[in-house]
Design a protein around this ligand. Structure first.
Ligand code: ARG
Length: 289
């Protein structure tokens, strides 16, 4: 008598959703100050290489059929390429960023001007917050990071702006100073079974935050330290295609095993500023999309 075939876990079917994003070309990119452990102003940077790598990312998004908006880069604001920090946009409302460090503070009004010109209502921030760097929409809920950049008071502020539930998560490792360096949202829209999955780095969070993540996302991908150490989690998903750092090979396999389609991009030059794929990508969450 033959044994029954071993049960193989079903790989779920993923669905790509069209995304609408805002990006900023790194025309004036360099590392001239140090506001995170990745940045070494004494080391050279190559702006042309940064532009070429960013262009590759842009091309991948274009191929995926995304709507890509561009904000004009400003000379003297080298971190403006990390558009995710420029604000948080949802329901036609842009909650502006108020940067922690003076070097980046002029970016807040620059992005708010762009949002206004794009026809969005702007909610001017009173509290310190760094936009989608620390605010990630998962279903109806906003996961909100604090510990290094965004003040926890901004979590109350954003909750009022959108009338949504905001879940505070505390970051504890200065190398993972923004929430989007420690969590990747894999399903930007609810999946057929209602699940919404993420990937995260356990060691980046304090114990109470970990307990929340484990309870809310029991099937989450647990990232390796190696992948996180090249900002591998700093990725952008349309629900099926997940654009990741090409060197994040374990993450790549973990995504494949779960039915996603990882697409590797090399942003080594932008890593010198402490950013990766997601940092360069602000999700505009258009109304009715
Ligand atoms: N140099 C920038 C900073 O430290 C990098 C920002 C990265 N952005 C992100 N969304 N994690 O502010």
């Amino acid at each position: 008598m033959s044994n029954p075939a071993p049960a193989t876990p079903m790989t779920p079917t993923r669905t790509a959703t069209k995304r609408s994003i805002l990006m900023c070309k790194p025309t004036f990119y360099t590392v001239s100050y140090r506001i995170n452990p990745w940045m070494h102003p004494e080391d050279p940077t190559d702006t042309d290489k940064a532009v070429a790598q960013w262009q590759t990312l842009y091309g991948v998004y274009e191929q995926l059929g995304f709507d890509i908006e561009l904000i004009e880069p400003i000379d003297g604001l080298p971190d403006m390429v990390y558009a995710a920090n420029g604000g948080f946009v949802l329901d036609g409302v842009a909650y502006g960023a108020k940067f922690q460090y003076p070097e980046r503070q002029p970016e807040g009004p620059a992005y708010m001007d762009w949002f206004r010109d794009a026809g969005l209502r702007v909610a001017e921030p009173v509290e310190t917050n760094e936009g989608e760097g620390d605010f990630l929409l998962v279903g109806d809920v906003i996961l909100a990071g604090t510990g290094f950049r965004s003040d926890s008071t901004s979590h109350e502020e954003i909750a009022k702006v959108y009338g949504r539930q905001v879940v505070t998560l505390k970051l504890i490792n200065p190398s993972f100073y923004h929430l989007d360096t420690a969590i990747a949202v894999l399903d930007p829209e609810p999946t057929a079974d209602g699940a919404q999955n993420i990937a995260y780095l356990e060691s980046a969070f304090d114990e109470p935050s970990l307990a929340i993540l484990r309870e809310r996302f029991p099937d989450a991908i647990i990232a390796t330290e190696e992948d996180a150490a090249i900002l591998g989690l700093n990725s952008y998903s349309d629900g099926y295609n997940v654009v990741i750092a090409s060197r994040a090979t374990t993450f790549e396999q973990q995504l494949r095993d779960r039915g996603y389609n990882p697409i590797g991009v090399d942003l080594s030059e932008l890593l010198l500023g402490g950013g990766g794929v997601k940092c360069c990508t602000l999700d505009l969450h258009p109304v009715g999309a």
